[in-house]
Structure formats: C-alpha cells, structure tokens
Design a protein around this ligand. Structure first.
Ligand SMILES: *[C@@H]1O[C@H](CO)[C@@H](O)[C@H](O)[C@H]1NC(C)=O
Ligand SMILES: *[C@@H]1O[C@H](CO)[C@@H](O)[C@H](O)[C@H]1NC(C)=O
Ligand SMILES: *[C@@H]1O[C@H](CO)[C@@H](O)[C@H](O)[C@H]1NC(C)=O
Ligand SMILES: *[C@@H]1O[C@H](CO)[C@@H](O)[C@H](O)[C@H]1NC(C)=O
Ligand SMILES: *[C@@H]1O[C@H](CO)[C@@H](O)[C@H](O)[C@H]1NC(C)=O
Ligand SMILES: *[C@@H]1O[C@H](CO)[C@@H](O)[C@H](O)[C@H]1NC(C)=O
Ligand SMILES: *[C@@H]1O[C@H](CO)[C@@H](O)[C@H](O)[C@H]1NC(C)=O
Ligand SMILES: *[C@@H]1O[C@H](CO)[C@@H](O)[C@H](O)[C@H]1NC(C)=O
Ligand SMILES: *[C@@H]1O[C@H](CO)[C@@H](O)[C@H](O)[C@H]1NC(C)=O
Length: 649
C-alpha cells in the first residue's frame, strides 16, 4: 500500500517536472511596501495546453505564503469560493487578476509587518491540471511606515481670524481601510475636526496671539495595520512689534553693548545690529545722518547688521534703525563717537585789519611794533583736545574765553620782546599735536646812547641803531654822506651789524676848533631816525641844536629824539681838562622832550660803552645841566619835522 503511494507520488512529480517547461509566470520577484499601505503586484502566467482538459473548465488561482519545509503553506488569496483563506489574510489579500485570462495579479491592503515573506502562485484546472509556480516566488519586504501626512495651512495666521487647516496624505490607497485622523496641540485642544473624509481631515480654528509657536500635530492611524504616522508644525501667528533694539558688536572681542551712546577708536571696525521682534518680521532700515544706508526685506528674520569697517571721523554721529511693521513704524537710535587724536591743527591770525591768515607749521608772522594780534588755534579731535599756547618754553595764559578744541591768544601792543616762537599744543588721551610759528616784530630805527669824545686822533663818535629788520646806517658830515666803512685822511667809519643792531663809529681827524654838523641816520622800511651832532667852536657862546625828527613810513610811531651837543667852553671846564673836555647831551628815551643834558667830561680815547641810565645815577661832578626848551616848528614836508632847542649855560 505504502509502496503504491510512493509510486504514485513519483509518477506525479515526474509528470509535473515533465510539464515544467510550459509553465511560466511573469511577476516582479521582489517587492517592498510600508506597513499600513497597499501594494499591487502585477502578474501573468501561462501553462501548456492539454487535450485532457475540457476548455470550459474553470481555472482556479491560489496565492500561498511559503513556509518552512515541514509546515503547510498558507493560502492567502484565491478565486475558489470553496477554499478558505487564512483568517489574517482575509480581506487584505486579493487575487485581482482573472486566472481565466492568465492574470494572477495580487493586491495586498493594510499591509502588516507579519506579511513579510515569500509568496507563490498555484493554478488548478479541472482535476488534472494543477501547478505551483514555485520557481517564481515573490519576496515581499515590509518596512516601517515612514510616510507622513501633509498639513495645509496659510503661511501666517492672523489672530482672531478663523482659518481652516487640512491634513491629508496623497500616498494612501483607496482600497485599504480608511485611516482615522486626530489633531492635537495647545491651539486645538478643545476643537473637533470640522469635516472628515476617509482621506483628509479639515479643522477650523481661530488663532490667538498666544498660540504662536505652539505645536500642532495631525496624526493618521491605520486601523487595518495598527500603525500610525503624524506631522507636527509650529503655528505661525502674526503679532506686532514687541521689541526693537540696537546693539554694537565690536571687533577685538569686546563683545556686544547696548547703549545709546557709544565710542569707538578711529580705524577700528564694528557692527551695528538692529533687532526687531514681530511676526512677520518687520522691514528694517539703518539711517545715518538722515540718509538710509541699509535696508532689509521682511525675510531677513528681524535682524539687520550694519558693517562699519575702518571707522573714519565721518562715520561718527547718530545711527537710527527704523522698523516698519505693516502700517506701523518705530525707530531707535544710537550715538556713535569716533575717538581720535588731535588732527588738522590750524592757527589763524587775526591781524590789525581784521585780516585772517591761516598759518602753517613753522610759518613766520611779521607784525609792526604796537600792533595787536589774535591767534586762534583750532584742532579736530574727539574728545575735544586740551589746548595751550607756549612761548618758547613758557606757558601763556589766554584771557579770551575758549571753547573745546579752540584756543585764542591775544597779543596787544606788541613789543619787540614779544617776538619769538609760539607753539600751540592740542592734546587728548589719544595723542598730541603741535604747531609752531615764528613771530617777528618789526619796528623803525631807534638810536641809543650816542657818544662823542675828543681823542688824540680827533673826534670819535659812535652811533647805535636798533631796528627790525636790520637798519642801514649812514653818516652825514655837513651835507655829504660818508661811505660806510669808508676811510680817508679825514674820516674813518666802522660799522658792525648784528641782529637788530647796527653800530657804527666815526673818527673825524680835525682840530677841536671847528664848527661842523654830523648826522647819524638809521633807516629801514618802517622809518628813519637821525641824530644831529653840532660841533661848535669854542668861540661860540651859544649853540643852537637842531633836532631832526625821523619820518616814519606809515607806522606812525614818533622817532626818538636824541641830542648830542659837544661844547668846548674852556671857561666852564677845570684846568686839567682843558684840552680834552667832552660834553654829551642826551635825552631820555621819551619821544616828547629832553629833560636834561648829560655832560660827560671823562677823558676817553675811544668810544666807551654807553653811559648807564643818567636819570638814576648821581650826576658826577663835571656834569653840566642845561634846560632845553623845545619849540615846535612847522614840518618841512609831509611826515618830517625839525625841532630846535636853545641851550643856555
Ligand atoms: C490583470 O488584471 C488586473 C485587474 O483586473 C488588470 O488591471 C490588469 O490590466 C490585468 N493584466 C493584464 C496583463 O491583462
Ligand atoms: C514642537 O515639536 C518639535 C518637534 O516636532 C519639538 O522639538 C518642539 O520642542 C515642540 N515645541 C513645543 C513648544 O512643544
Ligand atoms: C548721549 O550723549 C548725548 C550728547 O552727546 C547726550 O545728550 C545724551 O544724554 C547721552 N545719552 C546717554 C544715555 O548717555
Ligand atoms: C545723540 O546726540 C544728539 C546730539 O548730541 C542728541 O540730540 C541725541 O539725543 C543723542 N541721541 C541719543 C540716543 O543719545
Ligand atoms: C590794512 O589796512 C590798511 C588801511 O586800513 C591798508 O592800507 C593795508 O593795506 C591793510 N593791510 C592788509 C594786509 O590788508
Ligand atoms: C624762528 O626764527 C628764528 C630766527 O629768525 C629761527 O632761528 C627759528 O628756527 C625759527 N623757528 C621756526 C619754527 O621757524
Ligand atoms: C596764569 O593763570 C594762572 C591761574 O589761572 C595764574 O596763577 C597765573 O598768574 C597766570 N599767569 C599769567 C602770566 O598771567
Ligand atoms: C610741526 O613741526 C614739528 C617739528 O617739525 C612737528 O613735530 C610737528 O608734528 C608739526 N606739526 C604739524 C601739525 O604738522
Ligand atoms: C651795539 O650797541 C648796543 C648798545 O650800545 C649793544 O647792546 C650791542 O651789543 C652792540 N652791538 C654790536 C654788534 O656791537
């Protein structure tokens, strides 16, 4: 009996392998699907025609899940009403193709994890035609569900305005069990979907301002497969400008600072940040000095950075950031100070004519004695520089009110000794700058301490003239001029010039009894001054002195008047001095009057040093006093006048 069965089995297998070549299946051998979804596996098959099978016989198709060798394969789908499919596969596995049409297409819905495995098709026709296409096993891979629903929502929600959101999944298959939708989130906690279909869900809500940023989740659950998937989005609810601030981000890691006043060193770099909190982001603009220098578009997320590389002096000032949110604008501003050492130091001189001259470094300034001058020193710097004036090395006080960065120096009735080097210094914590100028004071000639004496060679006279610029000196003998440094038998002139001084000596080789007029004249561009010496022979009893007054060129300063009178009255002199008596008459330095006459009877062979101030010294024994009365005459010509005096002893 057993033997007979084995034989039958062998026959059967033989006959099946015999037919194998005619049995063919066309199907994809590997398919992948996500849990909860559907899959459609197209499939066609062929089998060899057999005379034994009646054409009208029904063809049954079967899909089996392959199990291990010793377990029975599981029927998952068939068109045979009489065969029962596995319980778990029931309703999910469908033989959608018509086997009569050689179509073995399979659809699986609500795919479950346990559907993962190998499947094969079997056909049966009548009682003889049976074949399992075991050579064409379909490997079904079931993966976890990774598809997510889409939430359709306006980009921005207006608070208080009703809005309808939709959650849908275009990837779900209609043949499967419809998923269920659920909405969660702070904004929708007490809301029900307004409309629900098997394939999407709609939700209507009225967003509140506080809903901004809260999460909204749409969850889809696939009951057929027991899996679910969800999508979460943050709600984007509009709100107006809540905060607008600017800050400074400094190079060199000094960090951020938020303040309305800010100082940065020149040539450093910085960034100004403007931040506005609103939804949607406001349009931001940076303005400097009333001009917009940078704008943003609303997509810039409420922050606008203004780069300030290598700050210059012009970059200082007020920066304001303007935020425009819909119809509303706000702005904040900040003052940026660019700190720098004094620069562009300039001195301008306000002269007697209110003329202004800008003076460069080391420039020279020429003024006439008696004039006034205002020097204004100006420096650019931040913070304003401390300024001072120094003459030589001596600090000067300014009587004029000054403002930061400006310092004036007033010099009134300038005297020769006011000449020199003036320096203006400007200093702040970042540096110092100075500028120097030379003040040169010019004045017409002045004659000092003339001196005449009788010496062995003859009459020796010296004349010292001071003036700026250096004066020229001319001697007149009578109506003739004597060449400078000229030397002849009668006259010898020696002149030396040093600085403002021109000193000259004249030797007249003459007998003492001589009536002669000598004149020493100093001259520069500002005027002339001369000294007249009358040499009166001892026969004369009265000397008339002529005073020549220098004509001043434009300056209007009176020339100094100096009188030197040499008298040789023997009767007034002691016997021992009869031969060498000298009489000098000088006036004081006043240009108005001569107060007294100084008669020097000292014996001298060469011009001695000028006598000390005669006013303060006790008159020596030999002094002769004379009263001199000046009588003013009409000037000879414009700018010149002559004065005469009468001296009586
Ligand atoms: C097999 O059957 C399916 C379902 O009816 C059909 O969509 C498909 O076109 C058929 N395939 C062929 C090759 O006819
Ligand atoms: C919103 O959800 C995301 C993840 O989707 C999470 O990282 C975030 O913390 C959530 N925010 C809130 C406010 O719950
Ligand atoms: C900033 O400086 C300006 C003048 O430079 C001053 O008026 C203002 O009060 C200062 N502001 C602050 C907050 O210090
Ligand atoms: C900036 O300075 C100007 C003038 O110095 C002043 O009027 C303005 O108020 C200042 N701004 C701030 C924000 O301090
Ligand atoms: C100053 O003013 C006088 C007359 O008032 C004029 O002659 C002279 O040229 C002026 N000097 C300058 C430098 O302008
Ligand atoms: C100022 O003038 C004097 C002589 O005139 C000269 O020695 C000096 O160098 C000058 N100084 C400047 C700064 O020009
Ligand atoms: C300069 O000013 C100081 C104080 O302001 C004073 O003590 C000094 O005497 C002044 N010097 C001169 C030369 O005026
Ligand atoms: C002026 O000259 C001096 C000496 O030459 C120099 O030290 C100083 O920096 C100069 N000042 C300016 C403003 O150029
Ligand atoms: C010229 O004379 C004056 C005064 O008499 C004197 O101070 C000065 O040094 C003299 N100069 C020269 C170069 O001799």
């Amino acid at each position: 009996m057993l033997l007979l069965l084995l034989l039958l089995l062998l026959l059967l297998s033989l006959s099946e392998s015999q037919y194998q070549r005619g049995y063919k299946l066309q199907v994809s051998l590997s398919e992948t699907v996500q849990e909860g979804l559907c899959i459609y596996i197209p499939c066609t098959f062929v089998y060899p025609d057999s005379w034994m099978v009646t054409r009208s016989a029904m063809i049954h198709g079967y899909w089996f899940r392959k199990r291990s060798q010793f377990l029975e394969d599981v029927l998952v789908a068939t068109n045979n009403q009489n065969r029962e499919v596995e319980k778990e596969a029931m309703g999910r596995f469908h033989l959608v193709g018509d086997p009569m049409e050689y179509n073995c297409s399979l659809r699986i819905t609500d795919v479950q994890k346990k559907d993962d495995g190998h499947y094969f098709f079997r056909m049966e026709r009548g009682w003889r035609e049976k074949f399992s296409y075991l050579n064409y096993q379909v490997n079904l891979n079931v993966r976890a569900l990774t598809e997510k629903p889409d939430i359709f929502i306006p980009e921005i929600l207006e608070p208080g305005h009703s809005v309808t959101l939709m959650c849908a999944a275009p990837w779900i298959c209609r043949e499967g069990t419809p998923p269920t939708f659920s909405w969660t989130g702070a904004a929708v906690s007490n809301l029900r979907p307004s409309r629900e279909t098997p394939y999407f869900s709609e939700l209507t809500l009225i967003p509140r301002p506080q809903d901004h940023g809260t999460n909204l989740t749409c969850r889809m659950t696939f009951p057929g497969a027991g899996v679910s998937t969800e999508t979460t989005i943050p709600l984007n609810v509009a709100y107006p400008l809540r905060k607008l601030e600017i800050s400074v981000d400094q190079e060199n890691g000094r960090g951020m600072e938020t303040s309305s006043n800010f100082s940065i060193l020149k040539d450093e770099s910085s960034r100004l940040l403007c931040q506005a909190d609103s939804n949607p982001p406001a349009i931001l603009r940076w303005a400097h000095g009333g001009r917009v220098v940078l704008s943003s578009w609303s997509s810039d997320a409420g922050i606008l950075v203004l780069q300030l590389p290598h700050l210059g002096v012009k970059d200082g000032g007020e920066y304001s950031c303007q935020a425009q949110y819909r119809m509303e604008t706000q702005h904040v501003s900040l003052n940026l100070s660019v700190l720098y050492a004094p620069e562009n130091l300039k001195v301008s001189a306000l002269g007697p004519n209110k003329t202004v001259a800008i003076l460069g470094n080391a420039s020279s300034l020429v003024v006439l004695v008696g004039e006034s001058l205002q020097l204004e020193c100006v420096a650019d710097s931040s913070p304003p520089a401390y300024m001072n004036w120094v003459k030589g090395s001596q600090p000067l006080n300014s009587s004029l009110p000054s403002s930061p960065g400006i310092l004036c120096l007033e010099l009134s009735h300038i005297q020769p000794e006011d000449g020199g080097e003036y320096t203006c210094q400007a200093q702040n914590p970042w540096g110092t700058q100075h500028i120097s100028l030379n003040l040169s004071v010019q004045y017409p000639p002045r004659l000092f301490d003339p001196f005449c004496s009788w010496a062995d060679e003859g009459l020796l006279c010296t004349c010292s003239i001071q003036a700026e610029p250096t004066p020229s000196l001319i001697w007149w003998v009578g109506e003739r001029t004597v060449e400078d440094n000229g030397n002849n038998d009668l006259l010898q002139v020696m002149s030396t010039t040093s600085g403002a001084w021109t000193n000259s000596s004249l030797i007249l080789r003459q007998k003492q009894d001589l009536d002669l007029s000598l004149r020493c004249e100093g001259r520069n561009q500002h005027g002339a001054h001369s000294l007249l010496v009358l040499i009166v022979s001892d026969r004369a009893s009265v000397a008339a002195l002529e005073f020549s007054k220098g004509a001043l060129l434009g300056a209007g300063i009176m020339a100094l008047l100096i009188v030197c009178l040499i008298l040789a009255y023997k009767k007034f002199l002691r016997k021992k001095q009869l031969e060498t008596g000298e009489v000098g008459i000088t006036d004081s330095q006043s240009n108005e009057e001569a107060d007294y006459v100084n008669v020097d009877t000292n014996q001298g062979r060469k011009p001695g040093p000028p006598p000390p101030d005669p006013v303060t010294q006790d008159p020596p024994e030999e002094l002769h006093y004379a009263s001199i009365n000046f009588r003013r005459l009409n000037p000879k010509n414009q700018g010149e006048s002559t004065e005469y005096s009468e001296i009586k002893f």
